[in-house]
Design a protein around this ligand. Structure first.
Ligand SMILES: C[S@@+](CC[C@H](N)C(=O)[O-])C[C@H]1O[C@@H](n2cnc3c(N)ncnc32)[C@H](O)[C@@H]1O
Length: 292
């Protein structure tokens, strides 16, 4: 089967202009209604992705729509959702800094609407697997639909479960990805499932969460712990006015990464005296009494 030909039942990305774009399932005999006319799926099924089609009725509407094959970021931004989803740029960094690749075995919590789950699933294909957990049955219902629509049910298993409290049966996992309110509470538990040198990745909107997670990772002897924030600026390209867009997403969240290691004391080198963590303020000029 030619993957570049639109098949009956495929998800297609319908683009009118930079702001108006939709993800829809092309079904023979069915229509997609927009405020700029109606797309007949029979006009595009059997044709190549990348074509244009014109809205019906042609004489009163006749607008041009572009039909693209959806890529992971289209699924993320346009899939139905109830929870806050991860942005594609953060998902990209999770894949690269988390060391994920085709064949990886991943645990994820929570599933939410399944946006990040779909990205992970599309990267570990065909031999890897994503085991995704969420405590809310309602989220899982929607995630299941989104995962099926993305055609990823063979590489993703989603289950109702609590990553902190439930005993889950996993071992030799390459990476654990956490997007949940209290990731620090899961650190001890998920360390058991990870293989040595495996990664843990945590996405959190606030620094308070990041600090708690980092301290938990330190306590459980994770290595290469680091946190980053990624800001993405769209560029406006015009002949004589090229500059960053005036609007942007100011903050999505912080990403914390760490690796599992088996630590050992070094028997050959003495231990350096530890530096104090806080600056001693007593006796500093700013603390002098006013009558000085
Ligand atoms: C922000 S949403 C995740 C969004 C998801 N990454 C996406 O892209 O759609 C956080 C989810 O974590 C789930 N959650 C919270 N605590 C959990 C736990 N202990 N175990 C599993 N899931 C949990 C919540 O039910 C919620 O659906």
């Amino acid at each position: 089967m030619d993957e570049n030909i639109i098949q009956n039942g495929d998800f297609v990305f319908i683009v009118l202009d930079p702001k108006r774009r939709w993800l829809a399932q092309a079904k023979s005999g069915e229509e997609f209604h927009t405020h700029r006319g109606i797309i007949h799926f029979d006009d595009i099924i059997g044709k190549s992705y990348g074509i244009c089609t014109f809205s019906h009725p042609h004489d009163s509407q006749g607008y041009k729509f572009y039909i693209l094959k959806p890529i992971p970021s289209d699924f993320i931004l346009h899939m139905s959702r109830k929870t806050q989803i991860i942005y594609p740029h953060d998902a990209g960094l999770i894949l690269v800094y988390g060391g994920l690749r085709p064949g990886s075995k991943i645990i994820e919590a929570g599933t939410g609407s399944g946006a990040l789950t779909c990205i992970l699933g599309s990267y570990v294909r065909p031999n890897g697997h994503v085991y995704s957990y969420d405590i809310r049955a309602k989220s899982l219902k929607q995630a299941r639909r989104n995962i099926k629509n993305a055609g990823l049910d063979d590489v993703i298993t989603i289950r109702e479960g609590n990553i902190v409290d439930d005993a889950l049966d996993h071992k030799d996992i390459d990476a654990v990805v956490l997007d949940m309110p209290i990731p620090w509470a899961a650190v001890k538990k998920v360390k058991k499932y990870l293989k040595l040198s495996g990664s843990i990745v945590s996405f959190s909107p606030t620094i308070e969460q990041v600090k708690k997670t980092t301290f938990a990772l330190e306590e459980h002897e994770f290595f290469e712990i680091k946190t980053v924030e990624l800001l993405l600026r769209d560029m406006q390209i015009k002949r004589n006015a090229t500059r960053p867009d005036s609007r942007m997403v100011g903050h999505s969240g912080y990403l914390t990464f760490a690796r599992k290691i088996k630590n050992r004391e070094n028997p050959y080198r003495g231990i350096k005296p530890q530096k104090p963590e806080f600056v001693e303020m007593d006796g500093m000029p700013l603390r002098r009494d006013s009558d000085d």
